[in-house]
Design a protein around this ligand. Structure first.
Ligand SMILES: O=C(O)CCC(=O)C(=O)O
Length: 281
């Protein structure tokens, strides 16, 4: 097993909470099941299909999400990108990522009651053979969002993610420093790899310890520290990988408060460069 697996009911037992927190602090990542019900997981997919079915103007639009998305990509690759933007704005997606169980579990991991979730940094991901544009190279989330160095990324499987579907790759225990990045000359807001980590000897050594999260069943949720090195696995299957992800951070983080809650946003994607000038090469 590559990752510590826990369930929602574990968070009612104080001893178990200590165990989960210590796993999270040590490894930088855990998996939690039982946070969401079937309807919460299914509604964003169904709502997205309904919107894109109307938009694509296709008669007999498939009911099967994989077939429907495949048809959309085949008709026009750009449509897939647009669909992902629509998906993030669906109230059922917003409701999924604001789920109370998710909030409470992350609150336990951080030992905090009040959390913030900057919605710019949530993603509805549908990754398949035809959507390679969304593939993430090795990175830390912090440089993208600059929320807090202890922010937690959540990654919810909306459908089973099998081994051939590109399980998320990560380096255990790699969450103890902010890596330097290259200075970018052009801002490409929609390029997932617009922030490039400096691949020095230390980085190369770290990625030798890479592993992946393995099979993730529908509804299971991976939680990891914003400094954990991670990357997309490649989906080699015929199916799509349906995932919702986003970030939560303590509302009382000292650095965040000192910056009057200023953080990177879609509008200010290069904030890391001014907040951490010493880490831009
Ligand atoms: O799901 C993936 O493949 C990668 C997601 C990711 O790296 C991120 O959102 O930071």
């Amino acid at each position: 097993m590559n990752i510590g697996c826990f369930k929602l009911s574990d968070f009612t037992d104080p001893d178990k909470i200590i165990e989960i927190k210590s796993e999270f602090v040590d490894q930088g990542i855990v998996k939690v099941s039982g946070l969401f019900n079937e309807a919460q997981l299914e509604q964003p997919i169904q709502d997205l299909l309904a919107v894109i079915s109307g938009w694509s103007n296709t008669t007999n639009f498939p009911n099967d999400p994989d077939e429907a998305f495949n048809l959309l990509c085949k008709n026009n690759v750009k449509s897939a990108d647009i669909a992902l933007r629509i998906a993030k704005d669906l109230p059922s997606f917003q409701s999924l990522i604001s789920n109370q169980n998710l909030y409470s579990v992350i609150g336990h991991l951080l030992g905090e009651k009040h959390l913030l979730s900057p919605f710019d940094w949530s993603l509805f991901r549908i990754d398949g053979q035809s959507t390679k544009v969304s593939h993430f190279e090795w990175h830390q989330d912090y440089q993208y969002n600059v929320i807090s160095t202890n922010a937690v990324t959540f990654w919810i499987a909306l459908r089973d993610v099998e081994l051939d579907m590109g399980p998320l790759k990560f380096v255990p225990k790699s969450h103890n420093k902010i890596h330097a990045i290259h200075k970018e000359t052009e801002v490409e807001a929609n390029n997932p790899n617009r922030i490039r980590i400096v691949k020095n000897d230390e980085f190369e050594q770290l990625v030798l310890n890479q592993t992946d999260v393995g099979v993730i069943k529908k509804g299971e949720c991976i939680l990891f520290n914003t400094l954990l090195l991670h990357a997309s696995g490649i989906n080699k299957s015929e199916k799509y990988r349906w995932v919702a992800n986003g970030r939560y951070a303590p509302a009382n983080d000292k650095e965040l408060m000192a910056r009057d809650f200023y953080m990177a946003r879609t509008k200010y994607p290069r904030f890391f460069e001014s907040a951490h000038q010493d880490l831009v090469i």
